[in-house]
Design a protein around this ligand. Structure first.
Ligand SMILES: NC(=O)C1=CN([C@@H]2O[C@H](COP(=O)(O)OP(=O)(O)OC[C@H]3O[C@@H](n4cnc5c(N)ncnc54)[C@H](OP(=O)(O)O)[C@@H]3O)[C@@H](O)[C@H]2O)C=CC1
Ligand SMILES: O=C(O)C1=N[C@H](C(=O)O)C[C@H](O)C1
Length: 267
């Protein structure tokens, strides 16, 4: 019989963490060995509202968790301030991190990749686990070859900590691989209110909307002479991300470097 993949979920009470706990518990070849939470140390997850029947010890101290238990993979869905630290703790303990938490800089990613390779451990940072969002980014990269004038509008719930979203940054990075840096709009345009033209990524503008009632949405709008093209993706619930999280866990076990972006795995 195949050994089950031993998984720790960090951030289990969050929007994403809850779904990840459910997905891990319901996946035949996965085993939830613990959760790392910001409170409830020493309790069992099954004692916390919403997790009845899901048996897993709760830790606050991730290092202690990895020292006490045999763990293959960490799924981190916490907050931008903790993603990097949690990955470093995982690597130090021989655990493969699968990270959906956003807010990583280019230097975070290259430094973490160097650690992964030194340790020979697979790791995945995916700003978006939804297959539709990956396709939206790939289609946008293709479109940008032909229509280099582009603006990104991302919309999220109003509990989100980071702006722009990790997905918007990743989309801009993918587009910049095929699009020469280019200022857009009128050369003499001014902002009468600061921020009106959004964030500037090599001349591409990124606009962030935060509203109650939204989940995760992005439009990439391309403009050409007499035409526009809009590529849009909507996640209307967090279950949309779980097939990607599952794939990332399975993939992290087979690689010995850090992969940034699920598009590299899907290919
Ligand atoms: N890659 C993807 O596809 C997706 C990524 N995300 C990203 O995932 C992250 C989480 O999003 P979301 O679930 O909406 O956020 P939530 O705020 O709903 O959940 C985050 C959870 O993490 C907990 N937490 C915070 N810090 C720690 C810590 N140091 N140790 C353990 N637990 C901690 C929080 O606890 P407390 O509230 O007590 O602080 C909270 O329960 C964000 O960075 C978001 O951008 C979100 C959706 C999809
Ligand atoms: O915070 C969220 O909700 C999401 N965060 C990710 C991001 O920053 O791109 C992924 C998705 O958009 C949902």
């Amino acid at each position: 019989m195949m050994n089950k993949v031993k998984i720790v979920v960090a951030g289990p009470r969050g929007n994403m963490g809850k779904e990840a706990v459910k997905m891990v518990s319901e996946t035949e070849h996965f085993s939830l060995v613990a959760v790392v939470d910001s409170k409830h140390e020493g309790m069992n997850l099954s004692e916390i509202e919403g997790f009845h029947g899901i048996d897993a010890p709760v830790y606050i101290d991730m290092q202690k968790c990895f020292e006490e238990l045999d763990v293959d993979v960490l799924i981190d869905l916490t907050a931008p301030a903790f993603g990097r630290k949690h990955m470093e703790i995982a690597f130090a303990n021989g655990v493969r991190p699968v990270v959906g938490t956003t807010g990583f800089t280019d230097s975070d990613i290259s430094e973490l990749r160097a650690i992964a390779e030194e340790k020979g451990l697979g790791a995945i940072i995916a700003p978006n686990f939804a297959i539709g969002a990956i396709l939206m980014m790939k289609f946008s990269q293709l479109a940008a070859k032909y229509l280099p004038d582009v603006e990104i509008i991302e919309q999220h719930h109003d509990r989100k900590l980071d702006a722009p979203s990790g997905t918007a940054i990743k989309t801009a990075q993918l587009i910049s691989e095929v699009r020469a840096e280019k200022a857009q709009g009128h050369p003499n345009e001014t902002e009468e209110l600061q921020g009106a033209r959004g964030a500037d990524f090599e001349g591409m503008r990124i606009h962030s909307v935060r509203l109650p009632g939204r989940v995760a949405h992005q439009e990439v709008i391309f403009g050409g002479e007499g035409q526009t093209l809009t590529i849009r993706h909507d996640s209307i619930n967090r279950a949309s991300f779980m097939p990607g999280v599952k794939l990332a866990v399975e993939s992290a076990l087979k690689i010995d470097t850090l992969v940034y972006g699920l598009e590299h795995i899907i290919e």
